[in-house]
Design a protein around this ligand. Structure first.
Ligand code: ZN
Ligand code: ZN
Length: 253
């Protein structure tokens, strides 16, 4: 049995501005800790990503919800999709809808063999019975399947769904007319993962070449801190530069 402490509260919430909250899981190790974004709209709210699913996110955010809520997975990986089953309205890109529907641990990167869910990553435990060996992605039938160009209209603001594959086939971003980009695991200010079984570097490069042309004011990423236009461009330029070196995979396609 683990001797780790049981945490008082698994989540923390930070109000970013009038329409946006950031929820995170501080007892899970920083490197893979996801940003869960609650976007408040006039007629509907969005929750972009749902964390590990080891404690009730629905209960945690209940006091902030006063209208219909759509939970969206930026992609299927367990650090983003773990809590999807808790929400009545659930959306994910078509390329990963089946994986969510079936609770596909392999696509979610959470089988024991893949070694992504490890005891040492939990500084405190979400509850007394928690063990990493029992960790699994809960199956949840999507109620909405997302595609490039879909518009999520919250009344006072609307987001366009951008299909941004490369890290995984079903990665999406959300983009609004104020040039806010919710980027999931596609762009963040940390080590980018493009060597997973589900990753495809030439596709990642194409996604970045597309995103370089997208006017962006603020990036709300799937991991780490919020950043602005210049860092956004710099991250992508550095990635593309590294992949264009002779001998790198992009040279061989
Ligand atoms: Zn991911
Ligand atoms: Zn992630």
């Amino acid at each position: 049995m683990s001797t780790k402490p049981i945490c008082q509260s698994w989540f923390v919430t930070q109000k970013i501005n009038d329409w946006l909250y950031l929820i995170s899981e501080p007892h899970y190790y920083w490197w893979n800790r996801a940003n869960l974004w609650l976007i408040k709209g006039q007629k509907q709210d969005l929750l972009l990503d749902t964390g590990l699913g080891v404690s009730s996110l629905r209960q945690h955010i209940a006091s902030l919800i006063d209208k219909p809520l759509l939970a969206i997975a930026s992609h299927i990986h367990f650090d983003h999709s773990g809590g999807m089953h808790e929400f009545e309205q659930r959306a994910i890109h078509a390329a990963e809808a089946k994986a969510l529907q079936t609770g596909d641990d392999y696509e979610a990167l959470c089988t024991a063999e893949q070694g992504w869910v490890l005891e040492e990553h939990f500084e405190q435990l979400p509850h007394a019975d928690f063990t990493v060996t029992q960790y699994t992605l809960h199956a949840a039938e999507p109620t909405q399947v997302l595609a490039e160009g879909d518009v999520l209209d919250l009344g006072d603001r609307a987001f366009e769904v951008l299909h941004l594959p490369g890290h995984s086939p079903g990665c999406i971003g959300l983009y609004d007319s104020n040039q806010n980009l919710f980027s999931g695991d596609v762009v963040y200010d940390g080590e980018l993962l493009d060597q997973l079984h589900c990753s495809h570097i030439p596709t990642y490069i194409q996604t970045y070449e597309r995103l370089q042309k997208l006017p962006v004011d603020t990036v709300y990423p799937g991991h780490y801190h919020i950043f602005g236009r210049s860092r956004y461009q710099q991250i992508m330029a550095e990635y593309l530069e590294s992949k264009r070196k002779p001998g790198c995979p992009s040279e061989q396609v």
